[in-house]
Design a protein around this ligand. Structure first.
Ligand SMILES: [Zn+2]
Length: 161
């Protein structure tokens, strides 16, 4: 299994599942589960170090800006390049493989690394993606390219309703 570099665990690191019932509470080491989405693995496939990942984000942003021109706002989902820390409740809600996610969290806490293997849903087989390194060009880095005029209209609509 190959691994990529992740920000080190900080004391008091919080649950990162959106809308988790724990209210993003700090997660104890023993109750940690690491969720590695396939989007994240795809993005990191050609940039194993944090430095490389940051450079790739900048490059993708610049490319998108150049393509979109000035009339558009680029919205980048900065959660894509990183795996997420889940509490027990979050891991169960998501239905991920608890044993693997707990082992990945322990590995991350001791080495600051995550596997090139998206966290499987419980009962499904794990897939090591480090074997098929590919030119990850079409990965989902851009969540939206929003026309600024359209944005103004939708804000106006919100004010009216
Ligand atoms: Zn939680």
């Amino acid at each position: 299994m190959k691994y990529f570099e992740v920000e080190p665990a900080t004391p008091g690191a919080r649950c990162e599942r959106l809308g988790c019932a724990c209210g993003s509470a700090p997660v104890a080491a023993a109750e940690s589960y690491l969720f590695v989405p396939s989007d994240c693995v795809n993005f990191r496939i050609d940039c194993p170090t944090l430095k490389q990942a940051q450079a790739k984000v900048r490059r993708k942003m610049n490319e998108a800006k150049a393509r979109a021109g000035r009339k558009f706002m680029i919205i980048f989902d900065d959660t894509i390049p990183a795996p997420r820390l889940y509490c027990r409740q979050a891991a169960e809600m998501h239905g991920i493989d608890l044993k693997l996610a707990a082992a990945d969290a322990a590995h991350w806490r001791s080495t600051s690394q995550a596997p090139y293997r998206p966290t499987p849903i419980a009962g499904h087989e794990a897939e090591d993606m480090s074997a098929h390194v590919r030119a990850a060009t079409g990965c989902a880095i851009l969540v939206a390219i929003v026309p600024l005029a359209g944005l103004a209209i939708s804000f106006a609509a919100k004010l009216v309703t």
